[in-house]
Design a protein. Sequence first.
Length: 116
Amino acid sequence: MFQNTHKAAFPCRSPSRFKRTFGHPLQIKYPLSSIARPVDKIILGIDPGTIHMGFGILQTSGQFVRMLQGGHLRMKSTDSHLLRLSQIFQKTLELIREFKPDELAIEAPFYALNVQ
């Protein structure tokens, strides 16, 4: 029969019990105010397509979201797939260089039968 000999990393649920068990109070290395501050992030969102590629640049600060830029890249349907992929790649690199996003979100392709 398996016997659990592993002790939990934090066996005590309260600071006073922790102090009684280990002989010293809990110490917080960083003040809570520095942990709780909202972090500004820039997010690049891409909706890829074979003829249109949509994109949006968002800036978040805590619970607030602001749109910095949005648009789309339109490619010719007569161009080769290789040329269209190259255009998508170049536009994506341009957006990354200009806005330096912290995160990237790309919509996954959706395939279904009889989409209406």
